[in-house]
Design a protein around this ligand. Structure first.
Ligand code: G3P
Length: 219
């Protein structure tokens, strides 16, 4: 399972990318709105892409098909490697089909059920993003949605890549990795939490202490 950073914060993205295990970044209007409003969004997204080098999803904000297609073309003019992120609404599906027919990668977002994911895959989506934390927020099992989606993908040999999104904690990451999600787009803080283990820290401290004892004994 690949790991993307779900963020528009360049400092966090740069740090995560420097650790060597990140292969993409997903943004959305809410994540962008958390950043300094004086920032040039285009420059920020290009900076993010330069930093990570892999997948970067950029979301459209139109709600009609022609508006989404216009935005997609505008985005591709200044960022040809973009994956166009499109909300799961009927107008969005038509846009996904049109973009897929032209070989442009799409990430269909704001999905909460395996059937929505199946429909998006049939419309030609390259990536299907299911939001698991927001399902948990309304007392519905988010991980189960990923498990069922992965099961459907296995049965039918579907090619769209399943992104587990709206990840809230490391247990989400573990569960979606076991379920078979292709990608988990993960907030920076959850990536940092997932790396931490007290026995790693204690073990390293002991190794360094013992090494120092050995060095001191020889001098
Ligand atoms: O990419 C957006 C998705 O991950 C949303 O996360 O935390 O706003 O539910 P959240």
């Amino acid at each position: 399972m690949e790991l993307y950073v779900d963020s528009a914060n360049l400092k966090d993205i740069k740090h995560a990318a420097s650790l060597g295990f990140i292969s993409g970044v997903t943004t959305n209007p809410t994540l962008l709105a958390r950043e300094d409003p004086s920032l040039d969004i285009r420059a920020l997204i290009l900076d993010i892409h330069r930093t990570v080098g892999g997948h970067v999803s950029v979301e459209v904000v139109s709600t009609d098909t022609s508006g989404m297609l216009r935005e997609a073309n505008e985005i591709l003019e200044w960022f040809p490697e973009a994956t166009i992120k499109i909300p799961f609404i009927p107008e969005g599906l038509s846009a996904v089909r049109e973009l897929a027919n032209n070989g442009i990668p799409t990430n269909v977002t704001l999905m909460f059920t395996p059937l929505q994911a199946l429909i998006a895959a049939n419309a030609g989506a390259t990536y299907v993003s299911l939001f698991i934390g927001r399902l948990d927020d309304i007392t519905t099992d988010g991980v189960k949605a990923i498990e069922e989606t992965c099961e459907i993908w296995d049965v039918h040999g579907l090619e769209a890549l399943i992104i587990a999104a709206s990840i809230r904690h490391p247990m989400h990451l573990l569960a979606v990795a076991k379920a078979g999600a292709h990608i988990a787009t993960t907030p920076y803080n959850v990536l940092m939490q997932a790396m931490k283990h007290p026995l790693t820290d204690a073990g390293l401290a002991a190794f360094l202490r013992d090494h120092q004892k050995m060095v001191s004994a020889k001098t």
